[in-house]
Design a protein around this ligand. Structure first.
Ligand code: R2B
Length: 289
């Protein structure tokens, strides 16, 4: 059985740790509450993660907790061995959430935990609505690396996802009535220029350069882009946690001149439920629900 790993000698001297962005004090009760966690499903938005947790509860009959985060930074729900938590947009927000969640699961002595980002993203050469199971992640420099800036230095961490988990998610998804693809996920620190959009407040390149860049991404086997993948992959690897990313793609950046989404609310909802369906099918199978 694999325990969640942390690597910080200074934590040992803390009597009782306090997870300030969750407002959770890590007393013995934390073990009772979180020791059985086997899956953590995460998404950017607090509304979406609540909807996923409620849908899982309605479909499986497993009890749904109240919101376990006592601050307005994040929202966290529990359905038996599955935690549902949002992480906000981008690496800084995700990284704060992951640091506290990894400590929480470490104190709880949870074992064999799997983290899955149930995500929204933008496609590269896939039909809008396709669910992309990430085979790996690239940062904005097109390297499979998560970059941290620590005390004036650049620290590079391997940002590989769990290959077997990705394969299992992809093969399971093929049995569902949902368009599915796999490929690399570009993870940027900026939504507009970072993802070569033409509709930000600033634009450092021409439309032709944007098109060339998107074609380059496609030839590198990038199939979608978002803003959290490398950080998730790198920090979970450090903690000995297997992780994967399953994303809805809202438009195909190769085919759209418009950089903004133009989906009806029903279509948006259908698309954002698709990665949830892929992930919940795997959870139901693995947990024998
Ligand atoms: C996808 O959507 C958000 C930006 O709109 C960001 O969190 C991401 O990765």
């Amino acid at each position: 059985m694999a325990r969640v790993k942390i690597s910080n000698p200074y934590l040992n001297s803390n009597e009782v740790d306090f997870l300030s962005h969750f407002s959770i004090t890590c007393t013995e009760d934390v073990r009772k509450e979180f020791e059985n966690v086997k899956f953590v499903c995460m998404s950017g938005s607090s509304m979406r993660i609540k909807m996923y947790a409620e849908t899982f509860h309605n479909e499986t009959g497993v009890d749904l907790s109240e919101n376990l985060c006592k601050t307005d930074r994040y929202a966290m729900y529990k359905t038996g061995p599955v935690l549902w938590i949002n992480h906000g947009m981008g690496t800084p927000s995700l990284s704060i959430m992951l640091n506290e969640l990894i400590k929480l699961l470490y104190y709880a002595q949870a074992t064999d935990v799997i983290f899955i980002r149930v995500a929204i993203s933008y496609g590269v050469g896939v039909e809008p609505g396709t669910v992309v199971v990430s085979s790996g992640t690239l940062n904005g420099l097109l390297e499979p690396i998560h970059i941290q800036q620590i005390m004036g230095e650049v620290i590079k961490l391997d940002a590989k996802l769990d290959v077997d988990l990705c394969k299992e998610l992809y093969e399971n998804a093929l049995n569902l009535d949902i368009p599915v693809g796999k490929g690399l996920t570009l993870s940027t620190d900026d939504f507009y220029e970072g993802q070569a959009r033409l509709n930000g407040a600033f634009c450092h390149y021409t439309k032709e350069e944007k098109n060339e860049f998107l074609q380059k991404l496609h030839s590198l086997e990038v199939r979608n882009m978002e803003m959290e993948g490398t950080c998730l992959a790198a920090l979970t690897r450090k903690a000995g946690i297997r992780s994967a990313i399953v994303s809805a793609t809202f438009l195909d950046r190769l085919n759209e001149d418009l950089e903004r989404m133009n989906l009806s609310p029903d279509c948006f909802h259908d698309f954002e439920m698709r990665p949830f369906k892929v992930v919940s099918a795997l959870l139901i199978k693995k947990l024998k629900l």
